[in-house]
Design a protein around this ligand. Structure first.
Ligand SMILES: Nc1ncnc2c1ncn2[C@@H]1O[C@H](COP(=O)(O)OP(=O)(O)OP(=O)(O)O)[C@@H](O)[C@H]1O
Length: 340
């Protein structure tokens, strides 16, 4: 990875605001799904995204592959502003060189199409090679994801969950992308096949030199898969750190608390207690989004959004009162318990 080369993707101050799905008096509420996201993805690297349900992980994933247009901010793909580019060019550039694997292959694949049709579709749309080339590419893709050539004639319903996710991965790879975004790719699968799918993704990443963005609730998995871990809370990226330094060197109290809840990673004793609920994304708190649950929060946290601070190795965080890097669990837990 060369830090001076143009990144594959750069998000600058990206916001996504949805209209609330619920009806009634809140029908006109806005959901702040992603707020002020700055993120860079470089060729060949794997970025893991963690955070509790509803914090904006899928929204960020969709922005990265241009399935979601930001409400504000800039997305650059190889230096080019994605959303000020004409649609046809956008499809040829970011559309053809990124692929997405969704959580549930049963809903992500068209049940009426054969595996061959599913894999040929992107090749046909982008007019890749001759019909013979496309047929060869289908066989190549099946081989790449460990499925027999005979599966080309099957419908998704004739495959197991793990096989369906292999087809979804093959489809994401059809156009030889530089980046694959996998949004909880194993959470809808049986526990017994999860490791196989994760290993397949890791092998493909190495074999094809892909960049990968990997979204998961499963912190152990994200840590194992990623070069860099991004922690999100209530629509904001609160920390980005090299995977090897998380959780011990994590500086944001939320990252430490989140990781401490994973047995064997940080905490030999109890998880760092977090009081209160995640606030609603329709009414995020002023200042730091985490301050309503943070044991270190004070008036400044309610007043001002913390600026991004950096420590070496591309480690960034947003916090007025960061925890000391390398603090022991006991120190962190006693700090948390001192909270009034
Ligand atoms: N199309 C939409 N319309 C309205 N609200 C939405 C829409 N998509 C997402 N949201 C809301 O935006 C917020 C972020 O959602 P998102 O799916 O990105 O979170 P997430 O971290 O991926 O959650 P999960 O882990 O449960 O999948 C949530 O409050 C969600 O309800």
């Amino acid at each position: 990875m060369n830090p001076t080369e143009t990144p594959l993707l750069e998000l600058a101050d990206v916001h996504v605001v949805h209209r609330a799905r619920s009806g009634g008096i809140f029908a006109r509420d806005r959901v702040y799904a992603l707020t002020g996201a700055d993120l860079t993805v470089r060729a060949g690297e794997t970025v893991g995204i963690v955070g509790e349900s509803g914090c904006g992980k899928s929204t960020l994933a969709r922005v990265l592959v241009a399935l979601q247009r930001p409400t504000a901010g800039t997305v650059r793909f190889r230096g080019e502003d994605v959303w000020s580019t004409p649609e046809a060019r956008r499809r040829r550039t970011i559309g053809a060189t990124t692929g997405m694997v969704f959580q549930d292959p049963s809903t992500a694949l068209n049940r009426r199409l054969s595996v061959r049709q599913i894999l040929r579709d992107p090749l046909d749309v982008h007019r890749r090679g001759t019909p013979g080339d496309r047929e060869r590419r289908v066989r190549e893709l099946l081989d790449l994801v460990g499925l027999p050539a005979s599966s080309a004639d099957l419908l998704p319903g004739q495959l197991s969950g793990g096989q369906r996710q292999r087809v979804a991965i093959a489809r994401a790879l059809a156009l030889e992308p530089d980046l694959v975004v996998a949004d909880e790719p194993t959470s809808a699968l049986d526990v017994s096949v999860r490791a196989q799918i994760l290993n397949l993704l890791l092998d493909l990443k190495d074999q094809l030199g892909l960049a990968m963005v990997f979204v998961s609730h499963d912190i152990q998995t994200v840590r194992r898969m990623s070069d860099r871990v991004v922690t999100m809370y209530l629509g904001r990226i609160v920390e980005q750190a090299p995977a090897g330094s998380v959780p011990r060197q994590a500086r944001h109290p939320y990252t430490r608390a989140l990781f401490s809840a994973t047995p064997g990673l940080l905490s030999p004793i109890d998880p760092i207690p977090l009081s209160g609920l995640v606030p609603s994304a329709t009414r995020p708190p002023s200042g730091c989004p985490f301050r309503t649950r943070c044991w270190k929060a004070d008036d400044m946290c309610a007043r001002d959004l913390p600026a991004v601070q950096g420590v070496p190795d591309g480690h960034l965080f947003r916090c007025h009162h960061p925890v000391p890097g390398g603090a022991t669990d006991t120190e962190l837990i006693s700090q948390a318990q001192e909270r009034p």
